[in-house]
Design a protein around this ligand. Structure first.
Ligand SMILES: Cc1cc2nc3c(=O)[nH]c(=O)nc-3n(C[C@H](O)[C@H](O)[C@H](O)COP(=O)(O)O)c2cc1C
Length: 120
């Protein structure tokens, strides 16, 4: 599975996930590999950059899923992020507002890596 989740409201999931989150909480995701990408804005929301990726990753892990597709946080400038584990994001962080020019390469590299992790 590949999930896309932007961050809204200073470090929260967008409203339209309100219905989906309780469904995830009821799922058994043991043995499932899940990759997450997330939109955010590192300049305007430096204290909560792509927090949605971290919120979603934790939720899915609690249900037994394995999160694949971690990426380096190098090349981004921000204060804090719930998406970080060590020096890596638990998914692919995309910032269309400040670093749109980097998205193509970031997506390409991520896609190649998750293909391997999904054993495709
Ligand atoms: C009201 C509002 C709150 C936001 N809060 C955050 C935030 O806490 N962290 C973050 O990284 N980006 C934040 N953003 C930036 C959005 O994640 C970014 O604009 C993203 O591209 C939106 O994707 P979407 O249009 O697919 O929902 C916020 C944007 C808005 C308008």
């Amino acid at each position: 599975m590949i999930l896309g989740v932007p961050t809204w409201f200073d470090g929260e999931l967008p409203n339209y996930w309100d219905e989906f989150v309780p469904e995830i909480e009821d799922m058994d995701l043991k043995g499932k590999k899940i990759a997450i990408f997330g939109n955010g804005n590192q300049k305007e929301y430096s204290e909560n950059f792509v927090d949605g990726i971290g919120i979603m990753a934790n939720l899915l892990q609690q249900r037994g899923a394995t999160i694949i597709g971690h990426t380096s946080a190098e090349g981004y400038t921000f204060e804090k992020s719930r998406a970080l584990i060590g020096d890596k994001f638990m998914g692919l962080a995309l910032d269309f507002e400040n670093q749109a020019g980097k998205n193509k390469d970031r997506i390409k590299n991520w896609a190649e890596n998750i293909k391997k992790e999904f054993n495709l």
